[in-house]
Every structure is written in C-alpha cells, then in structure tokens.
Design a protein around this ligand. Structure first.
Ligand SMILES: Cc1cc2nc3c(=O)[nH]c(=O)nc-3n(C[C@H](O)[C@H](O)[C@H](O)COP(=O)(O)OP(=O)(O)OC[C@H]3O[C@@H](n4cnc5c(N)ncnc54)[C@H](O)[C@@H]3O)c2cc1C
Length: 424
C-alpha cells in the first residue's frame, strides 16, 4: 500500500456524511463524492425516527407467510414486482433463510447495541457541535383501532422486554393521556420511550456543514463509473469528474452500493426497498404548533403500517416496502390508501395542506443488518452500507465504527455479524 493517507467516501447520504465527519475528527484528509447533491437519496424524505426500540428485524418467523398474504392485496404496504432477476431471487432465498428464531434473536441484540450507541452519539454530537436538526426524545406511540391486532402485538412487546426494551400497554384512556388528538376509533396503544426523531435532511446537511468546516472536501455531481485495481488493492476510482487515487475507499452508496460493487466483481445482497412519504404543513393554533391538533410525538398507525412524524412545521406520513428494482415511480393507489387510512386514526386530516410526495430506496439486506467492515477482497475498501429501515438511526455509530476500522482501533461494537462474508 502506498503512503498516501487520504480517504475517499462514496455516497453523500447519512452514512457517507457520518463517516466523513468521524474521519475528519481523527484528523484524516477526506473527500466525499456524490453523484447528485448531498442527501439526494433515501436519507432525504424518510420518517426521521431514531428508532432504538425498533429492534425486531424484518426477517423474523412468520414474515414470509404474512408477506404472501400482502402480495395478493394491491393496496398492501408490501409488494414485489415480479421479474426475472437473479439477484432478487437470491435475496428472497436468503431472506427466507434468515426468518428463523435464532437469527432473529441474534439480530435483535445487534440492532439494540447499534441503536443504543447511536443514542449516545447523538447526545455527544449535540454537546460538542453547534448544529440544529430538530432532535427530540419523546418516544413513540403505536395506535390500534382493533383489539385483535393489539393482542397480536403483545408477544413482540414481551420479547423485547427480555432485551431490556420496555413499553407501556395502553387502553383508550391511556392513549389519550399521551396523545389527545386521535379519532374515537382508536381503542388501544403501546408507548415505547426508546425513540427519538429528527428532521432527516436537515440532519445530513448540518452534519455535512460541520464536516466541511473541519476540512472534508465535498464533490457533488461526481458519479463513480468504475475502478482500477492492482492485486488486492483499489488503485484508482474512475468518476464522471476524473480519476481519484485515494489510500482507502469507503463504499457508502446506500441502495446503489451493489451496482458500484459490481465494477469490482463483488456481489452485495442489497435490494432497493422502495418506500413513500407524504408531507403536510403542520397546523398552527394560537401561533404555536404545540397548541395545535397535530400529533406532538411520532405515531405508528399499526394496522395500516404507516408512520407519522412531526418535524418542526411539517407532519410526515411514511409507509410501504416495494421490491420493484430501481424504479422511483410512485404507486398512486398506494398513496391514496396512505391518505385515506390515516383519517381512521387522526382527526382534521382533510384540512391539512399537502406539500410533498417522495419515494426513496431503503438499502435492504436479507437479514436486515447492515454491512460494515473491511472487504475481504480488497485491502483498502471498507463497506458501510445496507442499513435498510434504520439508516438514520445507525448513521452516527456507522461513521464511528468506520473511523475505528481505518484507525486500526478495536471497534466499539463486535463487527462479526455485520461482515459481508456472512452471506457467502
Ligand atoms: C419511506 C422510508 C422511511 C424511512 N424511515 C426511517 C426512519 O424513520 N428511521 C431510520 O433510521 N431510517 C429510515 N429509513 C431508512 C433510511 O432512510 C436509510 O437507511 C438511509 O437513508 C440510508 O442512508 P445511505 O446514506 O446508506 O443511503 P442514501 O441516503 O440513499 O445515500 C446514498 C447516496 O449515494 C449516492 N450514489 C449512488 N450511486 C452513486 C455513484 N455511482 N457515485 C456517487 N454517488 C452515488 C446517491 O446519490 C445517494 O445520495 C427510511 C427509508 C424510507 C424509504
């Protein structure tokens, strides 16, 4: 390996920006390249939950059966676009293999350790840097309009309790003590304190601003087109703006990571899992959003699989997981279902002004754990990708872990379950 010390980070979403921040904190020269602009991908319009308590992976016992039922419903929150795609078939096979009790329990422990570490890093970041991104720690309230659905969720609550994640089971009155502005149809709730929330795009831009102030070079409109390699080393990264010859390369391109890795003949089992968000203006009452009828904390509309997050002067609804490849189009039928179904739980929806509709790709791995670690194939390549539904939650700890890998420090979290090689 040559004596250069500079590091090239590929991808300007929450993961790439957090990696750049922690590397420059170590005094390393860092360049981040991004094909569009900073925060153009999944990190932009998501639900903004720092969801430490959301530790049951998507790959869990019973999920394939439920998934099959949803596939038959055109408005359901989960769909797969049928197509002859070997990578998708392999992914589905590996997903099915991960849907067992042992793997689920292992993933819960890993997700909780990543989530707790991220909570600590948010506190540390806010104590040491001047930046504002609407971070609040108010927990999350799951709403139910159906007693059977509520009862069905209780085993999950009991399971998480084994791992120290506590939550409160609520009747109709208990729900209204925490969030009074719900429809009469809401009969039960579960409140979990282990959640924070942020304005996701503001977070990424603020962190990028601070990283830039410390010396990170950001190059936008710069797409990776290929690589030159020499033995087990990447010797240069070919981009639309010329070649880079860094000492180390960090691949943090979210759902696009497998397309980039393919240039290195590496297979990363990551599928773009499309989700939607609809954003409204949050109504103000008496000059204050606090006194308005808008929810004051994040909600989950349980039976409809819709997340609702207050974000400053906005209220965002997110839902849906579509395995449809790299197709950003928006399914209007599903969107109409999100708008309609929200009214079952929340009053005054008809009066809200809709300001944006968005789709983004969660970078989903078959076992719902990210891929973080040095590549076994290339000595100077570090993978930091595949964060699925929890990239905003795990962004800071991922940045920290990558800085520890590059600094040859002992990682603060065991990286064995996160290695890419677990899939081979
Ligand atoms: C509807 C929805 C709701 C969600 N809600 C939450 C939530 O509440 N909490 C949570 O923790 N997570 C949530 N997520 C998941 C979270 O958004 C992602 O896990 C996270 O944003 C992934 O970050 P990333 O940096 O890996 O990817 P991205 O943000 O997608 O960034 C990857 C970047 O790489 C760039 N890139 C791609 N190809 C190239 C190339 N060839 N050259 C250079 N650059 C390239 C892209 O332009 C992009 O900017 C949600 C996702 C969705 C879709």
């Amino acid at each position: 390996m040559n004596r250069r010390k500079d590091i090239l980070v590929i991808g300007g979403g929450v993961i790439g920006v957090a990696v750049a921040y922690y590397l420059v904190e170590q005094g390393r020269p860092v360049t981040l390249i991004e094909k569009d602009e900073i925060c153009a991908g999944s990190s932009y319009g998501n639900a903004g939950l720092i969801a430490n308590g959301f530790a049951i992976p998507m790959a869990a016992p019973g999920v394939p059966r439920q998934g099959l039922k949803w596939l038959l419903d055109a408005e359901s929150p989960f769909t797969i676009k049928p197509r002859p795609d070997r990578a998708l078939l392999r992914w589905l096979w590996q997903f099915r293999g991960a849907c067992n009790e042992e793997q689920m329990r292992q993933s819960i422990a890993v997700l909780l350790s990543l989530g707790q570490a991220s909570f600590d890093l948010f506190d540390e970041l806010l104590a040491h840097e001047v930046l504002e991104f609407g971070y609040e720690r108010k927990g999350r309230l799951i709403l139910f309009t159906n007693e059977a659905a509520f009862e069905k969720t209780i085993p999950t609550t009991v399971l998480l309790r084994e791992y120290g994640v506590d939550s409160m089971l609520l009747d109709a009155a208990g729900v209204r003590q925490i969030e009074p502005n719900v429809q009469p149809a809401v009969t039960h709730g579960i409140y979990a304190a282990d959640y924070g929330h942020i304005i996701p795009d503001r977070f990424v831009h603020e962190l990028a601003r601070v990283a830039k102030g410390k010396g990170v070079t950001f190059k936008t409109d710069t797409a990776v087109l290929g690589f030159e390699t020499s033995g087990q080393e990447i010797s240069s990264v070919i981009t639309s703006q010329g070649a880079f010859t860094p000492n180390q390369v960090v691949l943090a391109a979210g759902a696009w990571s497998p397309l980039i890795a393919r240039h290195l003949k590496l297979q990363l089992p990551i599928q773009p899992a499309k989700g939607y968000s609809v954003t409204y203006k949050r109504p103000f009452r008496h000059g204050s959003v606090q006194a308005s009828t808008s929810p004051q904390l994040p909600l989950s509309l349980s039976e409809r699989k819709i997340a609702v997050t207050p974000m400053g002067d906005k209220l965002r609804f997110t839902s849906t997981l579509e395995l449809a490849g790299y197709d950003p189009s928006i399914n209007q039928r599903r969107l109409a279902a999100i708008r309609r179904d929200s009214r079952e739980y929340l009053p005054g929806m008809e009066e809200l002004e809709e300001t944006a509709v968005w789709s983004g790709y969660r970078p989903a791995t078959p076992d719902d754990l990210p891929i973080i670690g040095r590549s076994a194939a290339f000595e100077n390549l570090i993978l930091a990708t595949g964060h699925g539904t929890l990239g905003m939650t795990h962004g800071l700890i991922t940045g920290k872990l990558v800085s520890q890998i590059i600094g040859d420090e002992r990682p603060s979290i065991d990286l064995t379950p996160l290695r890419a090689e677990r899939f081979y």
